[in-house]
Design a binder for this molecule. Structure first.
Ligand SMILES: *Cc1c(COP(=O)(O)O)cnc(C)c1O
Length: 364
């Protein structure tokens, strides 16, 4: 059986360090906003080559608070793409704002900057480009448009820890939101998230928002939230962060092997832009008979996934936005064709070869 994501292989490789780190937190009985959260924030900010970083309880909370701290509220509009995980739009909804969706670029599956300007209105307060599957969106071009219209950019980097755009690690624009959901490239053993920025005032607001609006003990400047990252998760993430660069290299090596072994097949493999470093949270191909291919692979004990089978505008939860089928042709066509192959650092060359050979057999 080849799993889609194998978290066991990773745990067994770092078991002693993880168990020790958890044990120390239990012994300290300091579970909330202690040394591990503080140190992990510093370490993750340095990893991103940024100044500030605030730990929260999920990637969704990170996006929600980043929007609030940028002043996004009721009746404002936020532009994002039709091809993302629903949490991007949920965060916009939590802030009281409206999602304005645009279509994706055919080669990267990310926000198409050419479609961006037309979606900007007088009410647009922010743009959330999503670095989907681990490849940065075209932030350089998106920033030019954002600057011209004086709109905030908040990068949804929940799938892109350590990805690079024109030689700079994400976030490129100054604000990025990360998720530490267990299956993400840097995953907790529970929930977690982070907002990384280069803006001190913004960072201070976020610190208050995540902890009941407190600026000092018992001084509540805002109506905030209980969105705190837990010490146990931060202690685990500190251990795992030390391995992240190596795990990213392993993912990239696996992607290269897939590319080589699938070359010449009648399926589309990922395109990595020259100016990007893709971190392959997911290895997504496109095939005409996606469903049958997935069933064929399943019959050979190979797990696959689809990210995501329904674009946001065709989900019932977002039907009120008023978009119709046919509104975002690239995202809609791709939703029927995309298939995510097994991808995790510990995947072996033998396993990749078995998956690739099974795909070739199907296409014959
Ligand atoms: C995982 C993810 C989120 C949400 O993160 P959680 O930690 O699960 O709340 C948001 N956006 C994208 C693109 C994601 O992949």
């Amino acid at each position: 059986m080849i799993k889609f994501v194998d978290l066991e292989a990773q745990y067994s490789s770092i078991k002693n360090d993880i168990d020790n780190a958890i044990g120390k937190v239990l012994e300290s009985t300091n579970f909330i906003l202690g040394e591990n959260v503080r140190e992990f924030e510093n370490e993750f900010a340095s990893f991103c080559n940024e100044k500030y970083s605030v730990g929260v309880n999920s990637g969704t909370s990170a996006l929600h608070l980043a929007l609030l701290a940028k002043g996004v509220g009721k009746g404002d509009e936020v532009v994002t793409t039709a091809n993302t995980f629903i949490a991007t739009c949920e965060a916009i909804s939590y802030a009281g704002a409206i999602s304005r969706l645009i279509d994706i670029e055919p080669d990267t599956y990310n926000m198409d900057p050419k479609k961006l300007e037309k979606a900007v209105t007088a009410r647009t307060k922010a743009i959330i480009p999503v670095h989907l599957y681990g490849q940065p969106a075209n932030i350089k071009e998106i920033m030019e448009i954002a600057k011209k219209h004086n709109i905030a950019v908040i990068e949804d980097a929940c799938q892109a820890h350590g990805a690079e755009h024109h030689g700079k690690k994400v976030p490129v624009s100054g604000i990025g939101c990360f998720s530490f959901y267990p299956g993400k490239n840097l995953g907790a053993y529970g929930e977690g998230g982070m907002i990384v920025s280069n803006d001190r005032e913004f960072d201070e607001k976020l610190r208050a928002y995540r902890d009941h609006g407190q600026t000092k003990k018992n001084v509540h400047k805002y109506i905030g939230y209980n969105y705190r990252l837990e010490e146990v998760q931060a202690a685990i993430l500190r251990v795992k962060l030390r391995h992240l660069a190596k795990w990213t290299d392993m993912r990239r090596k696996n992607a290269l092997l897939y590319n080589e072994m699938l070359e010449g097949c009648d399926i589309a493999t990922p395109v990595e832009k020259k100016y990007n470093k893709h971190v392959y949270h997911l290895y997504v191909v496109r095939a005409k008979n996606r469903q049958r291919l997935a069933e064929h692979l399943s019959s050979r004990e190979i797990q696959t996934g689809v990210h995501y089978p329904t674009p946001i505008h065709l989900q019932e939860a977002y039907s009120h936005l008023g978009y119709k089928k046919g509104g975002f042709p690239v995202a809609e066509q791709y939703a029927d064709e995309i298939l995510s192959l097994p991808m995790f650092p510990e995947l072996t060359e033998e396993q990749i070869s078995h998956v690739s050979k099974s795909i070739r057999d199907f296409l014959k």
